[in-house]
Every structure is written in structure tokens, then in C-alpha cells.
Write a protein that binds this ligand. Structure first.
Ligand SMILES: [Zn+2]
Length: 342
């Protein structure tokens, strides 16, 4: 089969396109012919590599995707040949105590498709059938692939872990990333007042179209102060901060006493210092998570299928041009997802 892969870590230039062995569906697995796969920021980090990361090279990236079941292994009962499916990238073992408790995101043998095992940026992927969610007739593969990882991640963070309540104020730090554009829609859907801090007017306008009510341009305003003014010194109930090093301290200032700061990542770097006095004296809950449970996936994708949520798609690239897609991701001149089509 054709696939995008890398045989050594490095910049976008290490991404190759060529032949890899077509996987076979083992017992309990389905072979999915991939019709669309999305590019995520995690792809860049895996491609760059980090100390301790051990991959079997060459490695195929791609954490979310959608396609058609083209073969099934022994004992498969949930899907059949020809089914259109979306792929849940959160790969639990299905057997450990956490998986059996319905918390497959806390699996003792947790894996992420495209990170620790080969991913969706290929013509085919063999995957346990429990990872597959049926797509409604006519629902575009591209939209399912674009929505998968980001809505799953944001839903688990805001709704399951963050326990958003109607009427709360939610500040989202960053306007353009996939998880943040999902978070804006989810917070609005949950009945919250959504504040967004963005780097420029164009991104803020798009955030507004997704449901953000209060827009703060960080190029013009000190956003910590601005939140303080806009909330009459109260602060917001919840801050969604997936930026990290550059912003967490301001997020701790911007949240109200007893508020929550949610994080699923750190696009500005993983290590940072913060003043612990803010955390304890303001009774702040700092809540981390990554990905989500099967129930989160099924719940949020049902809303995607119903047209309540939509992942903005920045651009489409043929799978053969995955390297160019990485170059665009590195430049950062995008709003929403890049979708690859084999
Ligand atoms: Zn498990």
C-alpha cells in the first residue's frame, strides 16, 4: 500500500511517501481502507522525536481518520465489509481494570494510534473493531477525520473532566488550533459565555463565527488585565489553556477564586514555573487530561454527525503531499485542520 512515513526523526523533510506492507486484520480486528486522515500537532512532535520515545521505524503517522471496512479478522461482530466508519484514536487494551471500568483513556497499556503504533496516513490500517464508530450514510469522511481527535479531546476536557455548567464563563487561550476551535463550540453548546484570546483579528473573527462572544487580541491587549476589567475583577469560571509555558501564569490570574484551569497540551513548551500561591490561595483546580473515553467519543461524534459541531478545515492535501502539509503546519498559517486524502 501507499503510505506517508518517516525512517528517522527530524523536520518535515524526513516525511516520505511510498510503499509499505499492507497490514492484515488479525482476530478481533478490521482492515479499514482510509478515505481521509487528519494532520495533528502531535504528528510534528512524534516526527521531531523526544528523549525516551521508542518507535519501530519506519513509522506511519496519523491519529484520526475515516474510511471503509475492507476486511475483517476472526470473531469480528460489530462491523462488516463495506461499513463506513470513523476511527477512535484512543487505543485501550480492552482488558485491564481501567478499560473494563469504561475508562479506556486511563488504560494501563494505553496507546495512541499514530504515536506508539502505525497510524492513519496510509491507504489501509488494521485496527481492533472496538475502535470503530459507524458513520451515518452520506456523512463526509473528511469531516469525520477532521473532527475525531480534536472534538474527542476537547469534550473529555471540558465536559467530562471540566464539568462545564450552563451560565459559566469560559476563557479559551488561543483561537486557531484544532482543539481550541472545538472547545469554543462545545463551551457555547454547553450554555457558557465564551471568551477567546487570539493573536490577530482574522483568527478572532473566525472564533466569533464559531460562538465566541468576547474577543481579546493579545497583540493589542494584556489579556490578563483585560479579563480582570471585563469581569469586574472577578475572573472567569474556567480557563482552557493548551499553550502552557507562555500563558499558564496569566491563566492562573484570569480564573476566579475556586475556578478551574483545564489543559490537554502545551504548544509553547512542556516545562514551566508557576507561583503556587495563586493555586492554593485562590482554590484553583488545575485539571489535566489527554484524549477521552469511548463514551466521550461516541457522544461528541453523535453531535458532529447531527451538525451541532464542525471542525473547521484549513486545507486538503493528497496523501502523497504529506510533507507539504507538515511544512504548512510548521509555518502555523492555518485555521483548523489539514486533511489528507489517499
Ligand atoms: Zn486497558
Amino acid at each position: 500500500m501507499k503510505a506517508a512515513f518517516f525512517a528517522q526523526h527530524g523536520g518535515p523533510e524526513v516525511i516520505e511517501y511510498g510503499d509499505r506492507p499492507t497490514p492484515e486484520a488479525q482476530a478481533g480486528e478490521a482492515l479499514v481502507q482510509i478515505k481521509a486522515a487528519a494532520v495533528n500537532r502531535v504528528d510534528k512532535w512524534i516526527r521531531d522525536g523526544w528523549p525516551g520515545l521508542k518507535l519501530r521505524l519506519p513509522h506511519i503517522l496519523g491519529s484520526d481518520g475515516a474510511g471503509v471496512v475492507s476486511a475483517v479478522g476472526q470473531g469480528v461482530t460489530r462491523v462488516k465489509l463495506g461499513d463506513r466508519v470513523a476511527i477512535n484514536t484512543n487505543l485501550g487494551c480492552g482488558k485491564c481494570e481501567r478499560c473494563l471500568a469504561g475508562q479506556d483513556n486511563l488504560c494501563l497499556h494505553w496507546e495512541l494510534i499514530g504515536e506508539t503504533v502505525d497510524g492513519t496516513q496510509a491507504e489501509y490500517l488494521a485496527i481492533p473493531e472496538r475502535q470503530l464508530l459507524p458513520l451515518p450514510a452520506g456523512f463526509p469522511f473528511e469531516e469525520a477525520a477532521a473532527a475525531g481527535l480534536v472534538f474527542h479531546t476537547a469534550w473529555h476536557s471540558l465536559i467530562t473532566r471540566g464539568q462545564l455548567r450552563a451560565g459559566e464563563s469560559v476563557l479559551i487561550v488561543g483561537a486557531g488550533g484544532g482543539v481550541n476551535t472545538a472547545a469554543i463550540q462545545i463551551a457555547r453548546y454547553a450554555g457558557c459565555r465564551v471568551y477567546v484570546v487570539g493573536s490577530n483579528e482574522a483568527k478572532l473573527e473566525k472564533a466569533q463565527a464559531l460562538g465566541a462572544e468576547v474577543l481579546i487580541n493579545r497583540a493589542q491587549d494584556d489579556w490578563g488585565k483585560k479579563i480582570f476589567q471585563l469581569t469586574d475583577k472577578r475572573g472567569v469560571d474556567v480557563v482552557v489553556d493548551n499553550v502552557g509555558a507562555a500563558t499558564l501564569m496569566t491563566s492562573l490570574r484570569a480564573v476566579r477564586r475556586g475556578g478551574r484551569v483545564l489543559t490537554v497540551g502545551n504548544t509553547s513548551g512542556p516545562k514551566f514555573e508557576f507561583d503556587n500561591r495563586y493555586l492554593f490561595s485562590k482554590h484553583i483546580s488545575l485539571i489535566g487530561s489527554t484524549m477521552g473515553t469511548w463514551a466521550d467519543f461516541a457522544q461528541v461524534m453523535a453531535l458532529v454527525f447531527a451538525g451541532k459541531f464542525k471542525a473547521p478545515i484549513d486545507s486538503f492535501f493528497p496523501l502523497a503531499q504529506t510533507r507539504a502539509a507538515h511544512e504548512k503546519l510548521e509555518r502555523g498559517d492555518l485555521f483548523g485542520k489539514i486533511v489528507l486524502t489517499p
